[in-house]
Design a protein around this ligand. Structure first.
Ligand SMILES: *Cc1c(COP(=O)(O)O)cnc(C)c1O
Length: 371
């Protein structure tokens, strides 16, 4: 049996006629950059996320960059964030000449440990940028309280968390700006790069719309120096076909997660494998199902690969230890939970179309490895 970490072929096969028709509409209309499909998608996304504005852009990476640009963040400024995330979380900060100030993660959720944030806030702090890792919201109620008390805005890196909720409020609706990605492996993936930002603030929305087109409100009149970061018409059209299926796909991911819990319990693996912790009052969308293996993670991964099972490590190097950030002075031991997570985590298949017998096989092989 083969169980890839992610397999989009069934989803693409089912939607192919609709996707081809949608691509045809864009071809006929010549709306290749932004255009009617993207405008319609933005309305649908705003409704989905429960916000006033959704603004398409070229990638999740650019969404983060544009969000920080909207707050005029630059040299001398600091942004508080996690060292345990995808690279773009931190590169968005450093590309603007600002300084990332890391706070270690909570080992249970892999998200920012909010108890450690207070000490890191100073005069230079211009934003706090939590990540909703693997599809589960960071402690946004706690972050909101800190944000309001200290007067520092929040920017959510919700790239892995479209549709995730805390206390019934969706990711992207709990901060000044939410940032999302349509990278194909996300729960709502495009057929190329893409992303969007959310906000409830009309002025920020207007600024973000300008920043994605070189900082111009009116063509050839530039209030700011922005980016060329637009969502293209083909992505807009394809994503409009996919969006109505998103909740069903996320529901299936959650059902797989629940089934994994039962299978792992039956296999008696709790001594070797720690399963994802789900907070109370959240909707976890399981962009990834990540187990923690304290001993033998890399050997297990190799064994599963030999058995035809795809896995990945998100992320093998804590960001404070990346070569390109050496100038920040990070060293081993600075963020022990983040570093431990990079040694122990392993993502196993949880995509919507995963079949029960494939899931049984994954758990059986993990049990075989530890036996
Ligand atoms: C995917 C991802 C991004 C970047 O999104 P792209 O669309 O690939 O640029 C940023 N942050 C996190 C946490 C991500 O998972």
């Amino acid at each position: 049996m083969r169980v890839p970490l992610l397999d989009l072929s069934e989803q693409n096969r089912e939607l192919r006629p609709e996707i081809e028709a949608a691509i045809g509409r864009v071809l006929d209309s010549n709306g290749f950059i932004l255009g009617a499909e993207v405008a319609a998608l933005e309305h649908e996304l705003a409704e989905y996320c429960g916000v006033r504005h959704a603004i398409g852009c070229a990638s999740g990476t650019d969404a983060l960059l544009l969000a920080l640009m909207a707050f005029d963040i630059g040299p001398g400024d600091e942004v508080i964030t996690t060292p345990y995330s995808f690279f773009a979380t931190v590169s968005a900060i450093t590309r603007l000449g600002a300084t990332p100030v890391f706070v270690d993660i909570d080992p249970l959720t892999f998200n920012l440990d909010i108890a450690q944030i207070g000490d890191k806030i100073g005069d230079r702090t211009k934003a706090i940028q939590p990540v909703h890792l693997y599809g589960q919201c960071a402690d946004m109620a706690g972050l909101r309280e800190i944000s309001e008390r200290r007067g520092v805005p929040l920017v959510e890196d919700a790239a892995q968390a479209i549709g995730a909720e805390e206390n019934g409020v969706r990711a992207g609706a709990m901060s000044e700006i939410g940032c999302f990605s349509f990278y194909p492996s996300k729960n709502l993936g495009g057929m190329g790069d893409g992303g969007f930002m959310t906000t409830n603030d009309d002025d920020l929305a207007q600024k973000l719309r300008a920043l994605r087109v070189h900082g111009s409100h009116e063509r050839y009149y530039h209030k700011w120096v922005g980016l060329n970061s637009r969502l293209d018409g083909f992505q807009g059209a394809v994503l409009r076909v996919k969006l109505p299926h998103l909740d069903e796909w996320s529901r299936r991911r959650k059902a797989h997660a629940d089934r994994y819990r039962a299978l792992f319990a039956d296999a008696g693996l709790s001594e070797f494998v720690e399963l994802p912790f789900e907070r109370a009052n959240v909707r976890h969308i399981y962009n990834q199902f990540v187990i923690r293996v304290a001993r033998g993670r890399d050997e297990l991964r190799a064994f599963l690969a030999e058995s035809g099972i795809g896995t990945d490590i998100y992320y093998p190097v804590s960001l404070h230890l990346q070569e390109c950030f050496a100038y920040l002075g990070g060293k081993a031991g600075d963020f022990p939970e983040s570093e431990r997570a990079s040694r122990e985590t392993l993502a196993i298949p949880v995509f919507p179309e995963l079949r029960a017998e494939q899931q049984d096989y994954v758990v059986a092989k993990i049990a075989e490895f530890f036996a």
